[in-house]
Design a protein around this ligand. Structure first.
Ligand SMILES: [Zn+2]
Length: 142
């Protein structure tokens, strides 16, 4: 591949022969490669490595269930209890989609954490998100 990238040839072997040899047992497209950032690590490990495991535990674990459509999140967001007591509280699809609690406050806290990190690198950047007045907040959350 390097020779192909360089557009070079060598006298001892043809590039097509190298290509054939390299793909003999396993076609190169099926060979795993390490792309760096996400290779062999997950977000939990990364958060632990950078000292943000507490933040990960606080926000990620619960919300990732919604991102990955885990049963708990599906159950919470699109099912409701059947009201017939003889049915032993089984779940039925909800009649309308319920409004989930707002994530605005959590998002503001996380964003301010990011801005805090940026302030260390760029001391002149000292802006933070603040909570709007109650009336505005209620309007945006409804
Ligand atoms: Zn029922």
């Amino acid at each position: 591949m390097k020779l192909k990238e360089l557009g070079e040839e060598i006298s001892s072997i043809e590039i097509d022969d190298i290509d054939r040899l390299a793909n003999e047992d396993k076609w190169i497209e099926f060979t795993s490669i390490n792309l760096g950032h996400w290779a062999s690590v997950d977000l939990r490990k990364i958060s632990d490595d950078v000292g943000l495991k507490e933040l990960y535990d606080k926000y990620y674990v619960y919300t990732s269930g919604y991102m990955h459509s885990n049963w708990g999140a599906v159950r919470e967001s699109v099912y409701q209890k059947c009201v017939n007591p003889l049915h032993r509280y089984h779940r039925i699809p909800t009649y309308d989609l319920p409004l989930m609690p707002s994530v605005t406050s959590d998002a503001r806290n996380i964003t301010n954490g990011i801005l805090e990190c940026l302030s260390e690198a760029y001391p002149k950047l000292d802006c933070r998100l603040t909570q709007s007045d109650k009336k505005e907040q209620e309007k945006s959350e409804s």
